[in-house]
Design a protein around this ligand. Structure first.
Ligand code: XMP
Length: 323
């Protein structure tokens, strides 16, 4: 029978055997999947693991600090932080197509990793041969790698990998669904705050700006997202919601009025959904007063946003993300 204890034991043994006396690196994204994968590998091989956190500038407000502080405190893992935000912004310049954005972000991510790897290799120690990935079962299926459907998006941690990958992969969560990953994380002693964190896509806010990604748009979306998260948490709704993408329709403007003046600003979309595993989802029936508070705050506090709209589409036919 399936127990978290069995899964951990089995994986720890498999990872030890696979890695031997070599070293591994693991990219931390700030999400549950990479955190649990890293904690599992840390349990198996300890200081043979080095975690790398690539700040691609597409993170949400406060996220980098959370990884640096909370995760390191909980696991004692070795962490290297790389600030690559300029590089990602340059690579994304002029790009609006969602799949192209994913490919660029995936490609740059790996290149930054290879640099980090080179630096880690330059330190004393055995060869760095392995890369840890927090790939889940639904990722495998949706990317066409399992028994499931055709490729829907060049998704997640599977399809986004470029051909010139130099690492052997360790994917200890490949057979697990999200709720199982959370249980494993809990069993491994990760703090509630990390284990219960809602999913956030690897390409980050880059695929939550419908249109070109720019620094100004990222700053704007980051503010709106922080307000939505703050109010949902304050209302005690985090456990009811699978995730709530906050999306900036950067190429859309609509007319509004503020004070004495006519405005011509961008809409922000709220996309709260409930789900078991992200394969299907339903839009969350949030209390009106919470929606009202979020709307009022975003339009008051975020420059250039004059409208907040609610996405009431289930998945299918809509995906959870807008891109
Ligand atoms: P969709 O939009 O396909 O999303 O309904 C399903 C789940 O996957 C997340 N997602 C991604 N995660 N890289 C990721 O790591 C991606 O490119 C990506 N696209 C979507 C999404 O947030 C949801 O949890």
């Amino acid at each position: 029978t399936w127990t978290t204890g069995n899964v951990i034991e089995e994986q720890v043994e498999a990872i030890r055997e696979q890695v031997g006396d070599k070293r591994a690196i693991c990219g931390l994204s700030g999400g549950v999947d990479s955190a649990v994968a890293a904690a599992l590998v840390q349990k198996a091989i300890g200081s043979q693991l080095t975690c790398v956190y690539v700040d691609h500038g597409l993170m949400r407000k406060g996220e980098t600090e959370q990884v640096e502080k909370d995760f390191v405190a909980a696991t004692g893992v070795q962490l290297k932080v790389v600030d690559a935000s300029e590089r990602f912004l340059n690579a994304l310049q002029g790009v609006s197509d969602p799949e192209e954005k994913r490919k660029i972000i995936g490609r740059e991510f790996i290149r930054v990793f290879e640099q980090a790897q080179a630096e880690i290799i330059a330190d004393e120690g055995p060869a760095v041969e392995f890369l840890v990935q927090g790939t889940l079962y639904p990722d495998v299926v949706e990317s066409g790698g399992g028994t499931g459907t055709a490729n829907i998006k060049s998704h997640h941690n599977v399809g986004g990998l470029p051909e010139d990958l130099e690492f052997k992969l360790i994917e200890p969560l490949r057979k697990l669904f999200k709720d199982e990953v959370r249980m494993v994380g809990q069993e491994l002693g990760l703090p509630e705050e990390i284990v219960q964190r809602q999913p956030f896509p690897g390409p980050g806010l880059g695929i939550r700006i419908v249109g070109e990604v720019t620094k100004e748009r990222l700053d704007l979306l980051r503010e709106a997202d922080a307000i939505a998260r703050e109010e949902l948490t304050a209302a005690g709704l985090d456990r009811d919601i699978w995730q709530c993408p906050v999306v900036l329709l950067a190429d859309v403007r609509s007319v509004g009025v503020q004070g004495d003046g006519r405005t011509y600003g961008h809409p922000i979309v709220l996309r709260p959904v409930s789900s078991e595993d992200a394969m299907t989802a339903d839009w969350s029936r949030l209390p009106y007063d919470v929606l009202a508070k979020i709307s009022t705050r975003i339009t008051n506090e975020v420059r250039d946003v004059n409208r907040v709209v609610l996405d009431v589409t289930s998945k299918p036919p809509g995906t959870i993300e807008w891109e």
